[in-house]
Design a protein around this ligand. Structure first.
Ligand code: SF4
Length: 255
């Protein structure tokens, strides 16, 4: 598995060149979301570790940047990218190699950690997950590691938003289990005051069914006054990935 993949056609970021800081056949994450396309989390952890060396990332990213054109470099991959202990070093390395904006897709659980926030303050776009308005729905939808609470996670999101000077977006995945809580989530979003709320439902193959376009439109109406982007109403750019098979494998579409 390569640590650099794509560029993938992202409905929220354009042509996104992925940097996988975990790069493991089995996902490593502090959540075990009901809708995860990477299957059940066998290694559920909030322990920060070294997964991929900076030297390896430099080599693979340098090659990828010569061969492709992208709009953004996105820290993401096979699990929660902030679990990578060398996050700060990796960001610095990407800045040296490229002028492209750097984004992260994070599940928000480590935003409570000042070291993580300090590292993320050096990037351009943070897309932070928020699927639940309370502990009960948090447990049902995200199924976190038991030491992680809803309140801690919300506190981390709020601190990150206050300190961050780049674009801060909330990503919300709606499924059957949280669809009736859109109004509470909108209320919470107003408190956080993000630059954008990304309203999503799992359209890629995963263990749960997506909501319909009509259901998502009803949900989006609850977010009046906020800047929203919905998966059904967005367009994806054309991309020319370095290795299409790698993307299919990452999405568990082929083995
Ligand atoms: S946070 Fe992302 S990688 Fe982790 S379980 Fe949820 S969907 Fe999967």
């Amino acid at each position: 598995m390569n640590s650099i993949y794509g560029p993938v056609a992202s409905w929220r970021l354009g042509r996104s060149l992925g940097v996988d800081l975990i790069c493991s056949e089995e996902k490593i994450c502090s959540f075990n979301c009901l809708y995860c396309q990477l299957e059940k989390t066998k290694k559920i952890s909030k322990q920060r570790e070294l997964f991929v060396s900076v030297n390896r990332l430099i080599k693979e990213l340098s090659v990828a940047l010569k061969k492709t054109t992208s709009d953004v470099i996105t820290l993401s991959g096979t699990g929660e990218p902030t679990l990578a202990k060398n996050l700060d070093e990796v960001i610095q390395m990407i800045r040296e190699l490229s002028k492209l904006p750097i984004a992260i897709l994070t599940n928000s659980t480590l935003l409570n950690d000042k070291f993580v926030r300090d590292s993320l303050s050096k990037i351009d776009i943070i897309i932070a997950k928020l699927d639940a308005p309370n502990q009960e729905i948090f447990q049902t939808v995200n199924r976190p590691l038991k030491e992680i609470s809803f309140q801690q996670t919300i506190n981390g999101i709020k601190k990150m938003k206050e300190e961050f000077t780049g674009k801060f977006a909330l990503q919300m995945m709606f499924i059957k289990e949280n669809k009736d809580y859109a109004s509470d989530l909108a209320e919470l979003a107003r408190e956080i005051n993000p630059d954008e709320v990304q309203i999503n439902t799992p359209l890629r193959p995963c263990p749960v069914q997506p909501l319909s376009k009509t259901e998502l439109e009803r949900i989006e109406k609850e977010f009046t006054g906020l800047n929203t982007l919905s998966v059904y109403n967005s367009t994806k750019p054309k991309t020319d990935p370095l290795d299409k098979l790698e993307i299919f494998k990452r999405r568990r579409l082929v083995r």
